[in-house]
Design a binder for this molecule. Structure first.
Ligand SMILES: [Zn+2]
Length: 441
């Protein structure tokens, strides 16, 4: 089975980022077989996609996501919160307790359809449903397989609902990690999930560290999202959050620390030394009024900063734009952080995901997996290797995704889903389930 994408402007990204005009990309068996000037690839192919007036670029990767939050959209019942801890108590920790496995599945598939429409082809999820834990990660994996996306799952262990729920969370991570290792799929992977330092007791961290590290897993945890996480750790344990997590062996070179808005320079050094990743989620940080992470400072220390959305959106170029504006504000300098921010989504996310999924992701190059998006775009100014990152952030981010391909499977073509599912029925079911969920809330 071969697919030819012809007449496109190819943005390769990867180590030798190039802009190739009027080029074609040949896909075979889920991999990119060849990239060449369009007139050189004129043979017969199973499928031909015309990319005229479009850019052809790697699919986007979201490195911190919560599918389960889908059904909160429009819910007005939570009382106003004055800080981040109240947001958790008044909204998220009331909602996640009421989720059923069916809600988990529909929340995931709805957001996955949305991801395909925005050209996001890989997502690293962080899941919570304290009273529907067992099997929850498998529901998300089932949705991912139907949607055809690359998804990594983990369950957020915490002590907030007692030992029984905590142990069930640990077990779900363990079972899912073992299953994904056995499956050895290029599409579904696992991490070991933890909520955050302030909801984790020492004995839990010890237990989780033993289990996760013995399985060779990376940990995925919220870290210093609000200042209260640091205050809690200092007060209860006499050390900062990153020091505490490091003490328990949570920071390995596969781990993701989401947010890190309030870490200090010493904590940055520890993260850099351990080789852990930080996932930056600027829209969520603005929404929760917790502050803006120092992406420039972390990058200078050698930390690989990733970009996630914390479920605010699945539109990664939109998140990238906000990441740049907020970094200007954080550094109090409208020229600061361009490369540091561009690197998060376009280079660091692919580096993490390639390692995690065991395939070459995030670049249009021969041998890489064919995770490719076509976006309508006619450049109004000079468009080449020197200007392409500016075009992505200031221009392409505003345009419409036309075609989404993952592993050589065309999931959307000409802006129409190409999946064996009834999209309308899925959305109808989601509205029906969310209505019931809101009644239980
Ligand atoms: Zn999060």
């Amino acid at each position: 089975m071969s697919i030819l994408i012809k007449n496109g402007t190819v943005i390769t990204l990867g180590k030798n980022n190039r802009v190739l005009k009027n080029h074609s990309v040949l896909i075979e068996n889920g991999r990119i077989l060849m990239i060449a000037p369009s007139k050189k690839l004129m043979g017969r192919y199973t499928t031909v996609i015309d990319a005229e007036n479009k850019v052809v670029m790697p699919g986007f990767i979201n490195n911190h996501m919560h599918f389960y939050s889908t059904m909160v959209r429009g819910l007005g019942k939570a009382k106003p919160s004055k800080d981040f801890n109240e947001v958790l108590k008044n909204l998220w920790w009331r909602l996640d307790k009421k989720l059923s496995l069916k809600d988990v599945y529909y929340s995931a598939i709805v957001m996955m359809i949305n991801a395909i429409k925005h050209g996001t082809t890989t997502l690293i999820d962080h899941h919570a449903s304290p009273f529907a834990i067992s099997g929850s990660l498998f529901e998300i994996a089932k949705a991912a397989t139907i949607a055809g996306l690359r998804v990594s799952c983990c369950y957020e262990v915490s002590d907030r609902d007692g030992k029984k729920v905590r142990d069930e969370g640990i077990r779900e991570n363990e079972e899912f990690i073992r299953w994904s290792k056995k499956e050895n799929s290029e599409y579904i992977k696992a991490m070991f999930g933890l909520h955050a330092s302030f909801t984790l007791n020492d004995d839990t961290l010890e237990k989780v560290s033993d289990t996760g590290n013995s399985l060779g897993a990376g940990f995925h945890i919220h870290c210093a999202e609000a200042i209260s996480d640091e205050m809690d750790s200092l007060k209860r344990f006499g050390m900062r959050v990153v020091e505490r997590l490091n003490k328990f062996g949570i920071l390995n070179d596969k781990s993701i620390l989401a947010h890190c808005v309030h870490i200090d320079k010493k904590e940055m050094d520890i993260i850099a030394r351990r080789g852990s990743y930080v996932a930056h989620n600027p829209q969520s940080n603005l929404n929760n009024a917790v502050g803006i992470a120092d992406v420039v400072g972390m990058s200078k220390k050698g930390i690989k900063v990733l970009l996630g959305t914390d479920a605010m959106t699945v539109n990664m170029p939109e998140e990238l734009r906000v990441a740049l504006w907020t970094q200007h504000l954080r550094q109090n300098n409208p020229s600061a952080g361009f490369m540091e921010v561009a690197r998060t989504l376009l280079f660091n996310n692919p580096e993490f995901a390639s390692e995690h999924f065991g395939v070459r992701l995030g670049e249009i190059s021969e041998g890489a997996v064919a995770d490719i998006v076509l976006i309508d775009y006619i450049p109004p100014t000079e468009f080449n290797e020197n200007t392409v990152l500016g075009h992505i952030i200031y221009g392409i981010s505003e345009e419409v995704v036309d075609t989404t391909i993952v592993g050589g499977r065309v999931l959307m073509k000409n802006k129409k889903l190409n999946l064996d599912i009834d999209e309308e029925e899925i959305y109808r079911k989601s509205r029906e389930l969310s209505k019931k969920l809101w009644e239980r809330f």
